[in-house]
Write a protein that binds this ligand. Structure first.
Ligand code: ADE
Length: 236
């Protein structure tokens, strides 16, 4: 399988500059594990004023992204990748999750379309977009931030992106559970001591303690996840 390629078509490409040039995202691109290209939607806008949005038919607040530039953008980007999967981040999409991040990380070519939230002509959603993804029940003023969130979460799952293989296993939600508490130096900070078991050197006991902590924390903070985890255990 070739390295994943991701295109983002946005009205605000500059929003992604710092994000893509920093930390894990920067390193993954440098190592050639993922190729990420950001395109300004204006590149596909026509006419002297390069119009990308218009008022909605029937009246109402805000502006909508016009269909033509979005269709032309995807058609051009799909020329060398006909099977590219087109994602529109939207609060009306399916809720994003670790399991979807893992699946998207296995796809060879993704195209994200994002714009400002008032919306997008419905024909784009019906005839161009393959999947709408929501990153939570709130409204962002534009989808570029949501695209960044989805990309960040999925790139972690591309093999070799994380140097330390354990990081993924320790992530919250890795087995449907939250993560365990972690401590670093100093051993005592403002009279708060690190749990002694972590200093004991007993790897097995530490592993068991961490698993107990994950369960207790998940039960307290996310009882619905804990229930699912329990039911799965009963079946196995
Ligand atoms: N665009 C605006 N709000 C969003 C959300 N909650 N999720 C994904 N895309 C969005």
């Amino acid at each position: 399988m070739g390295a994943a390629s991701i295109d983002v078509v946005s009205l605000f490409p500059e929003m992604l500059t710092g994000f893509l040039a920093t930390s894990i995202l920067a390193r993954a691109q440098k190592k050639g594990l993922v190729h990420i290209s950001v395109h300004s939607l204006r590149r596909w806008a026509r006419g002297k004023h390069a119009v990308t949005d218009e008022r909605p038919f029937g009246g109402g607040a805000g502006m909508l992204l016009k269909p033509e530039p979005l269709f032309e953008a995807v058609e051009e980007l799909r020329k060398d990748a006909p099977s590219a999967w087109v994602i529109y981040p939207s609060p009306e999409g399916r809720p994003f999750s670790t399991s979807r991040a893992r699946e998207l990380a296995r796809m060879e070519r993704l195209i994200f379309l994002s714009g400002h939230y008032e919306g997008i002509d419905e024909r784009v959603r019906e005839h161009l977009v393959d999947e709408e993804i929501s990153i939570g029940d709130y409204v962002l003023s534009n989808g570029t931030l949501a695209a960044a969130v989805i990309i960040d979460a999925l790139v972690r799952h591309i093999p070799e992106v994380l140097g330390d293989e354990e990081s993924l296993e320790q992530d919250s939600f890795a087995e449907g559970l939250l993560s365990f508490p972690q401590y670093t130096r100093p051993e005592i900070f403002r009279s708060w001591a690190v749990p002694p078991i972590l200093l004991s050197g007993h790897h097995r006991a530490i592993r068991d303690w961490r698993q107990e902590q994950r369960l207790a924390r998940t039960r307290a903070r996310r009882p619905e996840l804990w229930e699912i985890w329990q039911k799965r255990g009963e079946k196995d």
